[in-house]
Design a protein around this ligand. Structure first.
Ligand code: PAF
Length: 283
């Protein structure tokens, strides 16, 4: 596995590979890698000659300095994990390398989807994500890039950004990877206390019940039910629960035939924020 820390080094390496007609699959990450990331790498390797993984904790997408400071940093074990995976190139730049002296985001227009859910609760988050992903795309110029569906809103934002900027990159969403007890895999899970780790599978358990209820109950009633369930839970604090249209992310009041819906949830387990989502079957 090649490891690069500068834009110039990785650009020059990938230019040589492209001249040999090699295709590039890109998996952007913030490190503290888990099975979910490894599954993205596997998907990328199936369809591309070269898999590039970036590890970069992007300061501009954090709305909370404490969360940024405490974000898990595991570069040594991550590097070992990647060396034993199908990753061909690790790009691990510094903040200075990516932002120079101006650590700030570009402003994007995502036609409204940036104001829902995560956008509502994490000011500036998606401008930060889109800024860094666009910069990575300009450096790496991949054929395809792979994102987990746990961050479903992020996936839509990236697809919009690629479309609006006419980038020739295929964006692939990959299914959520879960622990045996159903908790969606996340780098933040490593920061959960014992009690919170034990309570956290309640999130997915609730989502599965929502999926069942969606067949017979209206969305307002389901939302009220979820809110009540979390009020009874002493370890988990609900930030939001929403049933939304999968394309526009607008909140659904009345189900319409031929539309796809999803439930989205954000929960605090102590100071750790966890998100999850589930696709709902429309009748
Ligand atoms: O999903 C993430 O880990 C981050 O938001 C990403 C896409 C690597 C951008 O920093």
């Amino acid at each position: 596995m090649e490891i690069f820390n500068t834009k110039q080094e990785i650009k020059s390496y990938l230019t040589t590979q492209k001249k040999k007609n090699k295709t590039i699959g890109f998996v952007p990450t913030m490190g503290a890698l888990h099975e979910g990331h490894l599954s993205l790498i596997k998907q990328a390797k199936k369809k591309n000659d070269i898999v590039v993984v970036s590890i970069f904790i992007n300061p501009t997408q954090f709305d909370n300095n404490k969360d940024l400071e405490k974000y898990p940093k595991k570069i040594e074990s991550d590097t070992r994990l990647l060396a034993n995976s199908s990753c061909d190139v690790l790009f691990y730049p510094s903040v200075k390398e990516m932002y120079n002296t101006k650590v700030s985001s570009e402003k994007f227009d995502f036609e409204g989807i940036e104001h829902q859910m995560e956008g509502k609760f994490r000011q500036g988050h998606f401008n930060g994500v889109a800024t860094i992903v666009k910069t990575f795309f300009e450096i790496i110029r991949p054929n395809s890039a792979y994102f987990g569906e746990k961050d479903f809103q992020q996936l839509l934002i990236i697809k919009k950004m690629v479309k609006n900027h006419r980038l020739k990159i295929k964006i692939k969403g990959c299914p959520i990877f879960r622990e045996k007890d159903g908790l969606a895999m996340s780098s933040r899970n490593t920061r959960l206390s014992k009690e919170h780790r034990v309570s956290a599978p309640f999130i997915y358990k609730t989502l599965k019940q929502v999926r069942k209820k969606f067949n017979t109950e209206n969305t307002l009633k389901i939302t009220e039910w979820v809110e009540q369930e979390f009020k009874k839970n002493t370890f988990l604090n609900l930030e939001y629960f929403t049933i939304a249209d999968e394309k526009t992310l607008e909140i659904v009041k009345n189900k319409e035939f031929n539309k796809n819906y999803r439930a989205f949830i954000a929960v605090f387990a102590g100071e750790i924020r966890l998100i999850d989502t589930i696709r709902l079957k429309n009748l």
